[in-house]
Design a protein around this ligand. Structure first.
Ligand SMILES: [Zn+2]
Ligand SMILES: [Zn+2]
Length: 538
């Protein structure tokens, strides 16, 4: 073997040797070990023992390492399979929260306190607000429903005139079931058909290989707004679907990037509707965005509104206070001729398939549904294809000054104070997810699962797998007192935190032991390793 520290070996040869660290990552990946684990401090309140536990990054963040991405995808596939052709109504009982969920909620409480303190001291809370928003999403991702603040009240209910009309669609009497109809064949067999549909957004201009043929003629502004509000259109579609279907339709859906960088929707639906009706629902579904107009740029460059403590943002020339978010909405309500800022509809491209439970088709569609879950919408920015990269950059530019939410600093550009205005807001520098290259306008969830899809939450699916492994190893998952542990983040540079290489080695070692043990159990089960069984019997 050539020793890399042997200086007599030519540099070129030494450089050609694989980096030990890279090899470790490869092995870790092979063993399904997270390569970007998030360390958390677990404090045992009974014994005072402090332990650093590595939580797989896939459990905490959307940016996942390949092993976590793979595992999450498998879990999602299991979850999708579970509910698609359900034959009995699911019973939903909330589960006892697990350690990680409790940790998140505790962290959320801390973050709120930090934010309120900063706010009271007149400090900028943008970062903390963003962190809180992320945490709220993470809380949902970790398998908890709703928001820690409970139902968010104080929603505007002023304008009834602009309530979104129900489109002109047939309406069936609502029944309580979440199960689709069954059909009995001539031979007496019962069929329980379900559906798989793919919905896209409209065309913004001709594309070839995902790249606009005429970039200058491509409607980037519309593409940007459609992406920003896409999740609302999905909500609207589900409402209409249920109204027409006449039962509590359940779905498992994923939002995935198309080559042209627009989000589109794959949806597994329990039960079935006539195709023509489904097409009618898709065509009739729209969403109106009733936000203040953004047609006129009032402030840009160095000419920006100025902040005044206790007053808000002022016009830099006249000193006039800009309308607050609520005032701007009131103006909009009062204006009889006002138009919505944006109206979304689905495009003509759609795909509808009927699927029977347990067929190879069903399984293939589940794989298809989850195919791109590990990809981010903005992957094109990193490609070597210059045309694709330019396309992504143009879209990103179109998103730059587009308000992503009522709190978006971009409202200042159009002369409106963002909701919850605070000092330091600059149009074009919103920290919202939607503006980021990896999201390209769509900051919503990538997997959408209706509440009564199956009897299991994602956390339960995870727990299932864990229990299975533990049982197979003959280890019982010990019941833990829910108040026994307190979780805290580990600060970078914490002396108790071992270097990542050491932690990876440890995980790989543990995984290897498990694997060997599993292989042994398997062999015993197969009756191949008779000596092992005899040894045990002795
Ligand atoms: Zn990971
Ligand atoms: Zn924004």
């Amino acid at each position: 073997m050539t020793n890399p520290h042997d200086r007599s070996v030519p540099r070129a040869v030494r450089m050609a040797m694989p980096l030990a660290r890279d090899v470790l990552e490869q092995i870790a990946t092979q063993y399904g070990v997270c390569i970007h684990p998030v360390p958390l401090k677990r404090i045992d309140v009974q014994t005072g023992q402090v332990e650093i536990i590595d939580v797989p990054c896939g459990a905490t963040l959307e940016s996942k390492c390949p092993p976590c991405a793979k595992r999450n995808r498998q879990l999602r596939m299991a979850q999708c399979r579970e509910g698609w052709h359900l034959e009995v109504e699911p019973v939903n009982t909330p589960d006892e929260a697990d350690d990680y969920q409790r940790y998140l909620v505790e962290l959320r409480a801390d973050a709120q306190a930090w934010r309120d303190r900063a706010d009271a001291a007149g400090q900028d809370t943008t970062d903390l607000d963003a962190a809180i928003e992320d945490l709220d999403e993470e809380i949902n991702r970790a398998g908890m429903r709703g928001n820690v603040l409970g139902r968010i009240s104080g929603k505007r209910s002023r304008s009834t005139r602009r309530r979104q009309d129900a489109p002109d669609l047939p309406k069936r009497q609502m029944t309580k079931t979440t199960l689709g109809r069954t059909f009995t064949g001539s031979d007496g067999t019962t069929y329980r058909p379900s559906m798989f549909i793919t919905l896209t957004l409209p065309s913004y201009g001709r594309v070839l290989e995902g790249v606009p043929v005429d970039p200058d003629g491509y409607d980037y502004a519309r593409a940007a707004r459609d992406a920003l509000h896409f999740s609302k259109l999905i909500d609207r579609f589900v409402q209409n679907l249920r109204r027409v279907a006449g039962y509590d339709v359940q779905y498992f859906a994923t939002v995935e990037p198309q080559k042209r960088l627009s989000p589109h929707l794959h949806m597994a639906i329990r039960g079935t509707l006539p195709r023509a009706e489904l097409r009618q629902i898709v065509a009739a579904t729209y969403h109106q965005v009733w936000w203040p107009p953004t047609g006129t740029v009032r402030f840009e460059g160095d000419h920006l509104p100025v902040w005044s403590d206790g007053v808000g943002y002022l016009d830099p020339d006249t000193g006039e206070v800009l309308p607050t978010w609520d005032e701007a909405l009131d103006q909009l309500d009062a204006d009889e001729d006002a138009e919505p800022l944006h109206v979304l509809r689905f495009g003509d491209q759609m795909d509808i398939q009927s699927v029977l439970a347990g067929t190879p088709d069903a399984d293939q569609l589940i794989r298809y549904l989850s195919k791109y879950l590990t990809k981010s919408l903005g992957d094109a920015l990193g490609t070597d294809n210059p045309a694709q990269r330019q396309h992504a950059e143009r879209l990103l530019e179109a998103l730059r000054f587009e308000p992503c939410s009522p709190t978006c600093p971009n409202w200042l550009r159009y002369g409106v104070q963002p909701k919850g205005a605070k000092p330091g807001m600059v149009p074009g520098r919103c920290k919202g997810k939607a503006h980021k290259p990896e999201h390209l306008g769509y900051a919503g969830r990538r997997v959408l699962v209706s509440r009564k899809w199956s009897n299991k939450t994602l956390t339960e699916h995870k727990a299932d797998r864990r229990t299975w492994v533990l049982e197979a190893l003959g280890v019982e998952g010990e019941p833990v007192d829910p108040h026994r542990y307190v979780w805290r983040p580990v600060k970078p540079g914490d002396p108790d935190l071992d270097p990542i290489g050491v932690r990876l080695l440890r995980s790989v070692h543990q995984r290897q032991r498990w694997r060997n043990h599993m292989a042994q159990l398997q062999a015993q089960a197969d009756g191949q390793d008779l000596s092992a069984i005899e040894g045990r019997a002795a």
